[in-house]
Design a protein around this ligand. Structure first.
Ligand SMILES: [Zn+2]
Length: 361
């Protein structure tokens, strides 16, 4: 029987890297991108998994920022540790978008531009703009939904959270389905993949989880489970969305900064619930004299934390999510996490490079 080609919702056959995609097939492809100084071809690897029946086309992208490797671990899990068996629709997975950046252990490309500010890019533009154009033109514009996988910037870690435009009901449902405890409202920066895809009618969410240069097991488990949840939500995988112990939407967050130079001892870590006025960290100078106590300015949940325990005045230490719920209600929700193994694993592992001595609130 002749294989049936996958059609995009615009009614055209799905073609990626010159390959016509057919239902029931898996393809490992290379998008020709650039050339090295020595004239050797550089390409972006892509896996396409087409289910047996028509359905949504969904992209998963990772390593848009070249040092953010957790998404690569998540896509590896989806590709070959526990390969996707779709019942309908097509997944286009790009495990490493920024191949130059990853090789150089850098967020950026060699022209020092941020790829996540250059979408949709230009065929005749800069090195970075050409990468954005290639990805957008060859993959993103054919898709119906998207998930872009990121980590915190260098010297920070993020408690896993989904960034999404919660004013868009389709995006909001996707964001909730993924299954992070924290869903942070934002429309995304101008030129970001997420915002540009959204403007073109392709609902897209971003996972921000963990830190650079690592593939963290808990983050990979959570990201893989979340990606599968999105595919269940879209009826591309069988079964139901597996919800987290609790979920809160966050429209406000605050950075807490150091006021003095010194070495920090942390009393709270990522994912912790904190009260206004609670001691978050103690700051000592090099001789052990106490310089400062860093207190929480509000009730909230620690969404991000520095992984660099030495600080100068003005440097960010904690990023605290401020859900609009009353503290007691929030506390009951966070306590419902007890016994949820995966969320405990993530919370425990994220703080392993920090000295965290928990205080009693
Ligand atoms: Zn990023």
């Amino acid at each position: 029987m002749a294989q049936r080609p996958v059609q995009t919702t615009r009614g055209t056959p799905l073609v990626v890297a010159g390959q016509e995609i057919c239902h029931g097939e898996t393809y490992d492809l290379q998008l020709e991108y650039s050339q090295s100084y020595t004239g050797i071809d550089i390409s972006v690897p892509v896996r396409v998994v087409a289910g047996p029946k028509p359905g949504p086309i969904v992209f998963f992208t990772a390593v848009v920022h070249g040092d953010e490797l957790n998404g690569l671990g998540i896509i590896r899990d989806l590709m070959f540790d526990q390969p996707l068996v779709l019942r309908r629709g097509t997944v286009i997975a790009v495990p490493v978008v920024n191949v130059y950046g990853m090789d150089a252990h850098s967020r950026y490309l060699p022209d020092r531009r941020d790829p996540n500010r250059c979408f949709p890019g230009s065929r005749s533009g800069s090195l970075t703009s050409r990468l954005a154009h290639l990805l957008f033109n060859e993959i993103i514009r054919h898709c119906d939904y998207g998930v872009d996988l990121h980590t915190a910037a260098v010297r920070r870690t993020n408690y896993p959270n989904i960034r999404a435009d919660l004013d868009d009901p389709v995006v909001r449902r996707m964001a909730r389905a993924f299954g992070c405890e924290l869903i942070v409202h934002s429309r995304g920066a101008e030129g970001s993949l997420r915002r540009t895809a959204g403007k073109r009618g392709i609902p897209t969410i971003v996972l921000e989880a963990g830190e650079v240069w690592k593939i963290e097991p808990g983050v990979v488990h959570l990201g893989s489970a979340g990606s599968r949840n999105v595919l269940r939500h879209l009826k591309m995988l069988p079964g139901w969305v597996d919800p987290p112990p609790f979920q809160v939407e966050v429209r406000k967050a605050v950075w807490v900064r150091a006021d003095h130079g010194g070495i920090l001892k942390f009393h709270n870590g990522p994912g912790d619930l904190v009260r206004k006025g609670q001691l978050l960290a103690t700051n000592h100078d090099i001789f052990g004299h106490q310089q400062d106590e860093i207190l929480s300015p509000a009730d909230g949940i620690i969404q991000g934390i520095t992984t660099m325990p030495a600080v100068k005045p003005g440097e960010p230490v904690f990023h605290i999510a401020l859900p609009s719920e009353k503290f007691e209600r929030l506390k009951a929700k966070v306590e419902s996490r007890k016994g949820a193994q995966l969320h405990h694993q993530v919370q425990h592992e994220l703080a392993t490079s920090l000295l965290v001595e928990h205080s009693t609130p």
